[in-house]
Design a protein. Sequence first.
Length: 141
Amino acid sequence: MDFTYQATLEDDPDGGFVVTFADVPEAITAGDTRAEALDNAREALGLALRGILQEGRELPAPAATEGIPVAVDADVAAKLAVVVAFRAAGISKSELARRLGKTEVEGRRILDPDHGTKIGLLQDALRVLGHEIVIRVREAA
């Protein structure tokens, strides 16, 4: 699972820059400088993707080929990956909690896109769902 989407950066007639994502139209932001706009884009993208999951919808596949690649923050990517893997596994929240040795309440929190969860627990959840986190570092846009 890769949560990197192509962003379009345009001059704002009122000054600064506007950033949009063809694949995630819910994510739109701006900034006074290019750097600020792209930093805001990472946050806007993460918020939009989490919102899509909160609504019970599937995440859009990154399909755009042109633009500036913007990835969500690592903790957001891990949370998104857990929710996507859980849905694909077809198990109950109770079963996920059981596999993790956690209470059902803890299992629900792990699957809540807006609930902060430590990376170690997200990693454990991905493992019991048959996935693993692999870190890749690339040059920033």
